[in-house]
Ligand binder design. Sequence first.
Ligand code: PHB
Length: 386
Amino acid sequence: MFRPLFATALAAGLLLATAGAQAQNKLKVGFMLPYTGTYAALGTAIENGFRLYVQEGGGKIGGREIEYFKVDDESDPSKATDNVNRLIKRDQVDVIVGTVHSGVAMAMAKAARESNTLLIVPNAGADAVTGAMCAPNIFRTSFSNWQPAYAMGQVAAERKHKTAVTITWKYAAGEESVNGFREAFEKGGGKVLKDLTVPFPNVEFQALLTEIAVIKPDIVYSFFAGGGAVKFVKDYAAAGLNKSIPLYGAGFLTDGTLDAQGDAAQGMLTTLHYADSLNTPRDNAFRLSYAKTFKLQPDVYAVQGYDAAQLLGAGLNAVKGDFTKRNDMIAAMEKTKVDSPRGPFTLGKSHNPVQDIYLRKVEGKENKMIGIAVKGLADPGRGCRM
Ligand code: PHB
């Protein structure tokens, strides 16, 4: 009699101990972001945003403490598969948060699909990530490259501009951004006369600026970001082109860059899912908390990182931190309305935000919201079957 009872008690004790240990386990979060190169500041802002939400929750998400792992992806697609496998195979993280660069993100999405690792993309807009490569375990808290670009094409056509030249880096983000702009601009009666590109992350713009001056379009549409955006906007103004040919862009052209761009950016119009001076209680609280913690003003990248943590929190809260309940967690993430500083957003069927795209104007050190370019814009999710 004694032995089985003892054995049962022992087994029960062991079970309890295991359950306890599981509750104590830290959730492993792997940041794969650029910490060097033209997008370095963007990677830091994303990580800051994510950490801020965790800090506001007393160091936990969904009741779980977090252990962080980090890889600098250098915005280099040729190293992306090795880099993401450091997190998946070596560190065995539960969730990957990354990245900024679309080419790197596509390699990450492929690895995440193959290993069924949860991936939350806090920036890279590659249309395919929530298009042909969409998967139940892949989410995005930022945008698709199509979204802000399409909105700008619509604005430019509404403003009765007839001709445009586009200029960008020759890689997925630039090409998709230009395509989104062209789609709406030409639908509204405009015509893109020429697409100009430089290789990523090249910033030698002089020959192309000369070409723009010769073509004399009504406007220029541009996608650049980070350090490259600073240089491009300054070169455009230094060439005197901003006096005669307005420079429009997806909002990355002037986000997190205004201190460095100074006078060169004044008056520029861009479209994006975030703006400074939204002046909502939610955004004001976020901005204050971010500025106090990091002694920096937040930008769109910080918001996207913060919202990646919020989305993960929505999933983990629904399963009381039990990461093994993957299906329930994913279902909760799909259904949630994220209380973002940008304004609340939901996710579309392909796991991309359905969100308002603001029209912004640069005034001093702010991308001031001057209107909503497109309300509740959903990416078409082309090629996504899920
Ligand atoms: C991208 O590669 O998708 C990308 C990079 C930087 C941005 C926006 C998009 O600011």
